[in-house]
Design a binder for this molecule. Structure first.
Ligand code: CP
Ligand code: NVA
Length: 307
């Protein structure tokens, strides 16, 4: 059984592949898992807005027979109304699991220390592992083998980018990242995955030129230029990032079969144009749907006695 789902870096290749396989099983045979979490109470404690993460974990919980309980950003006010320690200790007395969405990643780490129930990272400023698990499952479903494709991430070196780095580091494959200077992924994370990459033979190309990166890409993945919490920088970032827009010109450089990925929400006309987001190459809504199936796989792995 898994203990927490905080970062992909704590997972072996076998564990990640197991979660992907389980996601496939719950997607194909939902009724088989209908009562697998009966009597389980799952808290969703969010400091930031959410559509996909909230809906997918909420519906996943219901469909598995569990009881989801949502706390909006205004309710608990971690560290403001009450300490992380006290909230984690209290919640552990009512609930069997918590999905946390925070600003600082340290809050998740502190919560894990105090909690006696499993904690799932539903996004922090540093990482977004449940999103990337959904993306890995989506690629697996579409029969794209990470080790045989050119996967290109263009834009901000943010939480989604970091979780992709861990995924490639553990599973292997070639990840190309193009960001503006000073907006690249964390150097600490890149250093950390070097050890994983020695085993998995992952390769990372960290560039500043989006056109060079997009050349012959099998996947073009992008995300917002200003993540939640960085809204004040949004205007300033537009100038810095405009060369990194995923548009028709960039798509022409990629392979004809190139798939477009975005975790959503998307700012149409900023990091991606509608023409690309709505193109036949786009799989963004399949990604969104697969968050539900992978949320179920995560919950079952953490909470089902049979796992
Ligand atoms: N992709 C994702 O996590 O979306 P939300 O912020 O809407 O949950
Ligand atoms: N990088 C984005 C992802 C949203 C799902 C953010 O953190 O706002």
């Amino acid at each position: 059984m898994l203990k927490n789902f905080v970062s992909l870096k704590y997972f072996s290749k076998k564990r990640i592949k197991g979660l992907i396989k389980l996601s496939g099983e719950v997607k194909s045979h939902p009724s088989k898992f209908r009562k697998s979490l009966e009597g389980i109470n799952i808290g969703l404690l969010f400091e930031k807005p959410s559509l996909r993460t909230k809906a997918s974990f909420f519906v996943a919980a219901y469909q598995l027979g569990a009881n989801p309980l949502y706390f909006s950003p205004a309710e608990v006010r971690l560290q403001e109304r009450e300490s992380v320690f006290d909230v984690a200790k209290t919640i552990s007395r009512y609930l069997n699991c918590v999905v946390l969405r925070t600003f600082s990643h340290d809050i998740i780490l502190d919560f894990v220390k105090a909690s006696t129930v499993p904690v799932i990272n539903g996004l922090s400023d540093l990482l977004h592992p449940s999103q990337v698990l959904g993306d890995l499952f989506t690629l697996y479903e579409l029969k794209r083998d990470l080790r045989k494709i050119k996967f290109v991430y263009i834009g901000d070196g943010n939480n989604v980018c970091h979780s992709l780095i861990y995924a490639f580091g553990i599973l292997g494959g070639n990840l190309t990242i193009a960001t503006p200077k000073n907006y690249g992924p964390s150097k600490d994370i890149l250093k950390e995955v070097r050890d994983f990459a020695r085993v998995s033979e992952a390769r990372f190309d960290i560039l500043n030129d989006p056109l060079e990166a997009a050349q012959d890409a099998d996947i073009l993945y992008t995300d917002v230029w200003a993540s939640m919490g960085k809204e004040k920088e949004a205007k300033m970032r537009i100038n810095m990032f405009k060369r990194y827009q995923v548009n028709d010109k960039l798509l022409k450089l990629a392979k004809r079969s190139c798939l477009i990925m975005h975790c959503l929400p998307a700012y149409r006309g900023k990091e991606i144009t509608s023409s690309v987001l709505d193109s036949k190459n786009s799989i963004v809504f399949l990604q969104a749907e697969n968050r539900l199936h992978t949320a179920k796989a995560i919950l079952i792995s953490l909470l089902s006695a049979s796992c």
